[in-house]
Ligand binder design. Structure first.
Ligand code: SF4
Length: 115
C-alpha cells in the first residue's frame, strides 16, 4: 500500500450524458447489424432508415457520421450513397467558399496597392 493518497476524482461528479445514449439503435431490442445492410438490398436499407426516422438524435448522428467520413452503414437516416453525395456537396461548397475568400483577399490586396 502506498503512503500517498489515491489521486482520483470522486466518482460522484455529474457527467454530461452522451447524445448517443438516446439513440434508437442503442436500445437493447434493436439489432445493431440492422444499420449495416447490404447496400443493394433496398428493403434492408429502408428498415434501417425507418429506425432513424423516429430517432431523437438523428441530425446529430448524421452530422457526426459526415464529419467522421463514415462510408459503411446507415447513419442519421442516410444510406451509403446519400452520405457520399452529401460529402461531395460539402467538399464542393468548401472549395467554392475557399475560392471566394481567396478572391476577396486578392481584391483587398489590389485595393491596398492602388490606394
Ligand atoms: S439516426 Fe443514428 S443514432 Fe439514430 S437510430 Fe439511426 S443510426 Fe442510430
Amino acid at each position: 500500500m502506498s503512503i500517498f493518497p489515491a489521486r482520483r476524482a470522486p466518482d460522484n461528479l455529474p457527467r454530461p450524458v452522451h447524445w448517443a445514449s438516446a439513440a434508437v439503435c442503442k436500445q437493447p431490442d434493436v439489432d445493431p447489424d440492422t444499420f449495416f445492410p447490404v447496400p443493394t438490398d433496398p428493403l434492408a436499407v429502408e428498415e434501417a432508415k425507418s429506425y432513424c426516422r423516429r430517432c431523437p438524435v438523428q441530425m446529430r448522428c448524421r452530422t457526426d457520421a459526415l464529419n467522421r467520413g463514415e462510408e459503411h452503414g446507415v447513419w442519421g437516416g442516410l444510406d451509403e450513397d446519400e452520405l457520399r453525395a452529401v460529402r461531395k456537396l460539402r467538399r464542393a461548397a468548401a472549395a467554392k467558399q475557399a475560392a471566394a475568400e481567396k478572391q476577396a483577399a486578392e481584391n483587398l490586396d489590389a485595393l491596398a496597392k492602388a490606394g
